[in-house]
Design a protein around this ligand. Structure first.
Ligand SMILES: *[C@@H]1O[C@H](CO)[C@@H](O)[C@H](O)[C@H]1NC(C)=O
Ligand SMILES: *[C@@H]1O[C@H](CO)[C@@H](O)[C@H](O)[C@H]1NC(C)=O
Ligand SMILES: *[C@@H]1O[C@H](CO)[C@@H](O)[C@H](O)[C@H]1NC(C)=O
Length: 216
């Protein structure tokens, strides 16, 4: 079918290749809780229920590390591993700007002491070809598009808050008969510890089947 590749088709393909990264990363509005950094993980809002949002995130690349500990201790240890990566412990020796959110993957029902995966979003300029980490515990992770149910809350992202809000999110999704993956959830932090007011945190469930906000 080589004859099908006319110059016009080629041009369209090139245009698509050039436009796609811009469409995914450049054009969406920065969320209003993206205050402390230049770049945040942006999304398309599919719908907004009274107590959760349905968001579609584009495919993305992250730098991650796994830590066995309590939730809070794992987040702190993981943060410093990843912070060293963005400060230059990578194969190019480059500094990489901090983004938000900081994601923590929480596997269900494994107990207080367990393995957590902590992740920093790579900025748009590093999404395509991120420098490899030089610390063995740190790795690059690629996510497909994420259909996500999100519950937001203020204050501090403690294990207790995380637990309360994931239960509330699960109850809302149960009420609306929405389908989601129960094996794990994410907590998402958007603020540095230095910020005292107007803090923003989230818990996420990944949807399967259609994303929606009304009873199915
Ligand atoms: C969804 O609605 C809530 C409460 O009504 C609001 O705080 C939030 O900003 C809305 N989300 C978006 C992305 O507009
Ligand atoms: C955490 O502990 C589990 C169970 O002992 C083990 O399989 C896993 O490799 C550990 N993870 C890390 C990052 O040390
Ligand atoms: C949920 O996550 C588990 C663990 O990775 C996976 O095996 C399963 O296929 C997922 N289920 C759905 C419906 O996505």
């Amino acid at each position: 079918m080589a004859s099908a590749t006319t110059p016009l088709v080629m041009l369209l393909r090139i245009a698509l290749l050039l436009l796609l990264p811009l469409g995914l990363w450049g054009e969406r509005e920065k969320p209003k809780f993206c205050g402390e950094v230049t770049e945040c993980f942006t999304f398309d809002l599919i719908c907004n229920s009274s107590d959760y949002e349905a968001r579609l995130y584009p495919p993305s690349a992250w730098v991650s590390t796994r830590v066995n500990n309590t939730y809070t201790a794992a987040k702190t240890t993981g943060f410093w591993h990843l912070f060293r990566y963005i400060q230059g412990r990578n194969q190019l020796g480059v500094k990489i700007p901090m983004t938000t959110p900081v994601l923590t993957r929480v596997d269900q029902a494994a107990g207080e002491m367990q393995e957590y995966t902590i992740s920093f979003l790579l900025p748009a300029a590093r999404q395509g070809d991120p420098p490899q980490p030089t610390e063995p515990a740190v790795f690059i992770e690629r996510f497909p598009a994420l259909p996500t149910y999100v519950r937001s809350f203020g204050g501090w992202l403690t294990d207790a808050n995380r637990g309360t809000h994931i239960q509330a999110l699960d109850a809302s999704l149960g009420r609306d008969a929405r389908h989601f993956n129960r094996s794990w959830h994410y907590s998402a932090g958007y603020n540095s510890p230095m910020k005292l007011f107007d803090r923003h945190n989230e818990v996420w469930r990944l949807a399967w089947g259609g994303l929606g906000c009304a009873p199915e």
